[in-house]
Design a protein. Structure first.
Length: 158
């Protein structure tokens, strides 16, 4: 009988862990969930109304970028830019689109030669976004989020 009692007591003491409830804290769940996010990806890219009919993420992104480029190129084409030397530059615009859909030019990367030929290129590029159509912000997990894009603008004047 001693052996059976001893075995039952051992089982009782070792099996108590199975009845313990583990507390789950909401902060821990949130932290774990946040670590699984890919913060560099969005579910839906920012878009314009003319890109609404597109279904794939890549097509929407391409349409958004092409619409921005078209807008900038149209604006620059209407300006009377005179140069003494040929200009061939790929200007990189770092754009921020906040969660309200407001576009802001964060920085402009221009070669020194381009700036010396077109001193107002910085302000011209910034002004080109003044009358841009309404932007619908990017979406991540059902929430509107701020995104950052680098938009290459090719300036070629012969």
């Amino acid at each position: 009988m001693n052996r059976i009692t001893l075995i039952l007591l051992l089982l009782l003491f070792t099996s108590c862990n199975y009845f313990e409830k583990k507390k789950v804290y909401s902060d821990e769940l949130l932290e774990e969930e946040l670590q699984t996010f890919n913060w560099n990806e969005v579910d839906t890219y920012p878009t314009f109304s003319n890109c609404d009919s597109l279904t794939t993420k890549i097509d929407t992104k391409t349409c958004f970028q092409n619409t921005l480029l078209s807008h900038v190129n149209t604006y620059l084409g209407l300006q009377n830019i005179a140069v003494s030397k040929d200009v061939n530059d790929t200007i990189k615009l770092k754009l921020i689109i906040n969660k309200q859909g407001v576009l802001e030019v964060d920085s402009i990367n221009v070669k020194q030669e381009t700036t010396s030929e077109i001193p107002k290129i910085d302000s011209l590029l910034r002004e080109s976004f003044n009358d841009i159509p309404k932007i619908y912000p990017a979406i991540k997990r059902g929430q509107q989020v701020t995104t950052v894009f680098v938009l290459p603008v090719i300036v070629k004047i012969d």
